[in-house]
Ligand binder design. Sequence first.
Ligand code: 0O2
Length: 211
Amino acid sequence: PFGSANIKKLQNLSQLYQLYQAGANEFGTKLENLDSEFQVNYDHNPIHHMEERMKDVQSLLNKLIKKGYDLSVENIQKHIFDVAGIRVVTNYIDDVYLIEKILLSQSDVTLVRCKDYIKNPKPSGYRSLHIIVSVPVFQSTGSKSVNVEIQIRTVGMDMWASLEHKLRYKTDIDSALVEKYGAKLHSYADELAGIEGKMQHIYQQLSDYKN
Ligand code: 0O2
């Protein structure tokens, strides 16, 4: 009943997801290795925690439609950069850039695109560093380069983004309330940035004192 063309499309899609999952696994392993090395070799670990997700097919389709493309493997590979995503949550702002620097210094990692919403926050107040990085995945027929989106942000930025995400995606909330809470959250984002900066300063002073 689905037709052979649609079955073929589904098969291509699952092969593509397998490839992106393999790309996410490569970066997941890199980050886990860093996390355990920091625990053993240093008294400060920049990584607080990590999350990994594959974009669900419905969101993938919505994004393709929004960008004006048909569902095809080529369009996904060319125009969608966050099929596989990893979020790295750090303790301090400097840790965000430390993780970025360490990842980009690895010889098999290539930077495809960088959006720094910490230096240039979104109109909502959203702050996070988004890097699209590629890594070779070795398959039975050879190597393929796979893009993975890595979002790096502090605990404070992460807490803010989760709450703001709830406000934006809960469709049953009255629009006046969305506006009111949106404005509050915007000002809290600025306050949080200030507090995180001050806490990092104390942390720095304590580390210098210890050394
Ligand atoms: P999900 O389920 O969270 O992944 P592009 O990649 O350039 O084609 P895109 O994807 O709009 O376009 O890029 P952008 O804006 O750099 O990153 C989108 C992702 O960042 C979102 O994922 C959110 O996770 C996060 N994000 C961006 N802006 C905001 C914001 O104002 N508030 C919150 N809470 N999060 C934000 P998706 O696509 O929503 O889906």
